[in-house]
Design a protein around this ligand. Structure first.
Ligand SMILES: [Zn+2]
Length: 79
């Protein structure tokens, strides 16, 4: 199962133990790296650009339940 990441207007909420989540998030990224080689043939990594990101799982740090998170609206700050 993949988990939707929070956005500007939403945050994660634990569906089992409630409250603010403390999560161990497993994330896989697709990264384009600019690799070049110096005169000795040693590879050097230059710029890195993240072109895709998937959250594989989110495990509750307290109760170890996996993927029991849902997205809820963030409280409107200062409105
Ligand atoms: Zn929990």
């Amino acid at each position: 199962m993949t988990v939707s990441p929070p956005t500007r207007g939403t945050r994660w909420r634990r569906t089992l133990c409630g409250g603010l989540p403390r999560l161990d998030v497993t994330r896989s990224s697709t990264v384009v790296e600019y690799v070049h080689h110096d005169l000795a043939g040693e590879p050097r990594t230059g710029e890195r650009e993240v072109v895709g990101e998937t959250i594989e799982s989110a495990r509750c740090h307290w109760c170890n339940a996996v993927d029991e998170v849902e997205l809820v609206d963030r409280p409107a700050a200062g409105s």
